[in-house]
Design a protein around this ligand. Structure first.
Ligand code: NAP
Length: 296
């Protein structure tokens, strides 16, 4: 049997970032606009610190402005809402990203609701979620957008394909399902209460797994020739006391059956930051009535 093709998210993301950089340069030249992304980090969570640093670096590399706001873990909700209001009003800021999770005293829903939907580059605001449900243009959550771009690059027209999304979170599973529906897939959303998940998965032409359980999907849940997108990022014990990252899909087993598969790391992960830059560019254009340069 032939092995599945690898979907190289790292290379795809590098190309997308370069394209965003080219389009940002065109925007600067044609409209004298340099898109700006404000990232807000509350507290000192080491993983969040790395994410915010990487996002800032990627933003600058794409020729856009990066504004980083670091607040102490003791920040109150009112203080964070004041900062969000200031960023909403700041003409230099086109995208606002509040790194999650937030400390317990802050209601993250209230903070997301306070972000101007036109600057909501994470695509989590109810207005942007509503636009996605309605099939209207808006800012789309970065991780599912990255999955969709890779699927379309790999498969072309997705119309009529059987797509199964395992996981129904607001940040991955639900928007992923809506994006696939927008592409005229027949979509099933599976979750922890789904009966006979193995049979549901096996039926998929496109299988997107976003659960957060290491190697939960074994090879015999994957249909022959299916395209598998593994969103999971799980840190597990590796050799010599070190840890390593694995996805939600048993990679080697699935690779023997699937038509194409994303690796972990190097699959969906790098696409998330690339799509954040793309959303920032789009937000800068949309706010000013300029046609967006990169289609979904
Ligand atoms: P989440 O909010 O914890 O949601 C997990 C989903 O998986 C829930 O809908 C849950 O179902 C479902 N689930 C849990 N156990 C299950 C089981 N045994 N069978 C079927 N479904 C099950 O997680 P998330 O935020 O969507 O993230 C999912 C994974 O993606 C994590 O590993 C996360 O680190 C990763 N992630 C990666 C990126 C990236 O950039 N690559 C971005 C975001 C997330 P119920 O709703 O029924 O509980």
């Amino acid at each position: 049997m032939t092995e599945a093709a690898l979907i190289d998210g790292k290379a795809f993301a590098a190309n997308l970032r370069a394209e965003v950089g080219r389009q940002a340069a065109v925007l600067a030249e044609s409209h004298d606009v340099v898109p700006g992304l404000a990232a807000v980090l509350v507290g000192e969570d080491p993983a969040s610190e790395v994410y915010v640093r990487n996002k800032g670096k990627a933003t600058r590399e794409a020729g856009m402005n990066s504004f980083e706001h670091r607040l102490p873990a003791s920040t109150s909700q009112a203080e964070l809402l004041d900062l969000v209001a200031a960023l909403n009003a700041d003409e230099k800021v086109d995208g606002i990203l509040v790194q999650l999770p937030l400390p317990g005293q802050i209601d993250s829903g209230a903070v997301i609701d306070a972000i101007d939907p036109a600057k909501d580059v994470d695509g989590f605001h109810p207005v942007n979620m509503g636009r996605l449900v309605n099939g209207a243009p808006g800012l789309v959550p970065c991780t599912p957008l990255g999955c969709l771009l890779m699927l379309k690059d790999r498969l072309g027209d997705l119309s009529g394909k059987n797509a199964v999304v395992v996981g129904r979170s607001n940040i991955v599973g639900k928007p992923m399902a809506l994006l696939l529906l927008r592409e005229s897939c027949t979509v099933t959303v599976a979750h922890s209460r789904t009966r006979d998940l193995a049979a549901v998965c096996r039926d998929a032409d496109i299988l997107v797994v976003a659960v957060g359980r290491p190697a939960m999907v074994p090879g015999d849940w994957v249909g022959p020739g299916a395209t598998v997108i593994d969103v999971g990022i799980n840190r597990v014990a590796g050799e010599g006391g070190k840890t390593r990252l694995v996805g939600d899909v048993a990679f080697e087993e699935a690779r023997a059956v699937a038509g194409a598969i994303t690796p972990v790391p190097g699959g969906v992960g790098p696409m998330t930051i690339a799509c954040l830059l793309r959303n920032t560019l789009h937000a800068a254009c949309l706010r000013r009535g300029i046609a967006v340069p990169l289609a979904d």
